[in-house]
Design a protein around this ligand. Structure first.
Ligand code: MG
Length: 373
């Protein structure tokens, strides 16, 4: 079996708003083979940059485009190909968008392996701990109490989520507003639901963060996510050691090296790699092992389309330390319709993990063609 091509399709809704909603566009990665099996992946990054990293010709032996590195290789050598991509594109893939592009390809390679062997990816990376997972509703933080009440009422009406995460949006404007918004969130979701708050890296001052976090303790926050820019690991570590609230982070990080630093210096309680940015399923499994070694949970970040949700569910099936699924509740055409049979919650609030071969998703070609750029 050989890789014949690596294709990146940029997909974007007609208007992109300057809000923290990654489901407005995406880079769909297709890895084609000489046996007619096509692997599907996705990258949550800047789609055109990802496409350039895949398509760029070789400059020299440490600076090759990812397609140039992969064509002609056996796609089933997934981990070898991860290292080959990293090694031969070393100038620009050690961190950030280079690792993002590799992540989408890695997901597609695992999808090929599962399809070729007729099993879900979870069966190739250790087997299944679970067949379903409770989902939490992930939304952007509204600006007012009325908007929070309306948003929660809308999502409570037909889904029995285990909890709600409010992130980015109106957070980070002032100390008083950060405290008030979270009080409104607790009132809206009720005492029986988990409440997660994602600051979206908006806090810059440690003492500000400490004061607001002390107020959040009164609201029984289940976790506080990404209070600081990911380069502020010292602040993250200080805050984590100063509060009884679990601190979560990881969606901006890639490779084992960065996650080791995040655990050593950021001292987080919950590790949140994004399959489409951390180095793919290959790297996420190792990060899960590293988190488990330290007694930490791993609850992946996933705020994109059904492709990423499919890959995320396969990892969640195969690790001991995941207990929730981030369910992107943004109602964009791509988040809901880029794959056929988008994942839904059952009456108890669980999402069932596919047992179809690969990552278990099928592209909706009508939507792909309508929104491709
Ligand atoms: Mg987040």
């Amino acid at each position: 079996m050989k890789i014949t091509d690596v294709e990146v399709i940029v997909v974007r809704q007609n208007e992109v708003k300057m809000i923290g909603d990654g489901s407005q566009d995406t880079a769909v990665v297709l890895v084609h083979t000489d046996e007619g099996i096509t692997g599907i992946g996705e990258v949550d990054s800047s789609p055109e940059v990802v496409k350039a990293i895949v398509e760029t010709p070789a400059s020299h032996d440490q600076c090759r485009g990812l397609r140039d590195i992969l064509v002609g290789e056996n796609p089933l050598n997934v981990e070898y190909l991860w290292h080959k991509m990293y090694h031969y594109s070393y100038y620009y893939t050690r961190r950030s968008v280079g690792i993002h592009a590799m992540s989408g390809i890695d997901i597609a390679l695992w999808d090929i392996a599962g399809k070729r062997m007729g099993v879900p990816v979870s069966m190739l990376i250790g087997g299944r701990f679970r067949e379903k997972i409770p989902a939490y509703c992930s939304v952007l933080m509204p600006d007012t109490k009325e908007e929070i009440d309306a948003l929660v009422a809308h999502h409570k009406a037909d889904c029995n989520y285990i909890g709600y995460k409010f992130g980015w949006g109106a957070l980070g404007e002032s100390e008083e507003k950060d405290i008030a918004l979270v009080e409104y969130c607790r009132q809206a979701v009720g005492d029986d639901k988990r409440l997660m708050i994602d600051i979206g890296m908006r806090w810059t001052d440690y003492k500000y963060a400490l004061r607001v976090t002390k107020e959040y303790e009164k609201q029984r926050i289940y976790w506080l996510e990404e209070p600081f820019n990911p380069d502020r690991l010292e602040n993250l570590g200080r805050l984590s050691e100063s509060t009884s609230i679990a601190v979560a982070s990881g969606e901006e990080f890639g490779t084992l090296y960065e996650f080791k630093d995040m655990l050593d210096y950021g001292k987080v309680d919950i590790v949140q790699p994004d399959m489409s940015r951390c180095g793919g399923i290959t790297m996420a499994k190792k990060i899960a092992d590293m988190a488990h070694l330290r007694g930490k949970k791993l609850i992946p970040h996933a705020f994109k389309t059904g492709i990423l949700m499919g890959a995320t569910l396969q990892l969640i099936a195969a690790i001991p330390n995941a207990d929730m699924l981030e369910y992107c509740a943004q109602e964009t055409v791509l988040s809901k319709n880029l794959v056929k049979h988008h994942f839904q919650l059952d009456k108890e609030g669980f999402v069932h993990i596919p047992d179809a071969p690969g990552i278990g998703v099928e592209l909706n070609m009508d939507v792909l063609d309508q929104y491709r750029k």
